[in-house]
Design a protein around this ligand. Sequence first.
Ligand code: ZN
Length: 85
Amino acid sequence: MRCEDLAERITDLLEGDVSPEEEEAAIEHLAGCSRCEVVLAETRDVISLTADHGAIRLTSVDRARMLGAIQAQATTSTGEAQTSE
Ligand SMILES: [Zn+2]
C-alpha cells in the first residue's frame, strides 16, 4: 500500500469500512510511515470532534483543508514537491 492509497481509504479505515486485508495493509504501512500516522491521527481527531455533535458534518472548507493536508502529505512522500501558495 502506498501513501496515496492510504489517503484515499483513510475515512473508510477510521469508520471500519474496509476488508480485513485492506486494514492489515494499512496497519503495515502505518507502522513504517510516520507521515501517514500523523495524517491518520489528525483525521481521527476531526471525525471524533464532529461526531461529538451527533453527526459528521464537515463544511466544504473543512473537507477541502483536510483533503489538502492529506494530499500534501502523500505528495511529499512520493518526492513530487508542490508549492501550494
Ligand atoms: Zn505513508
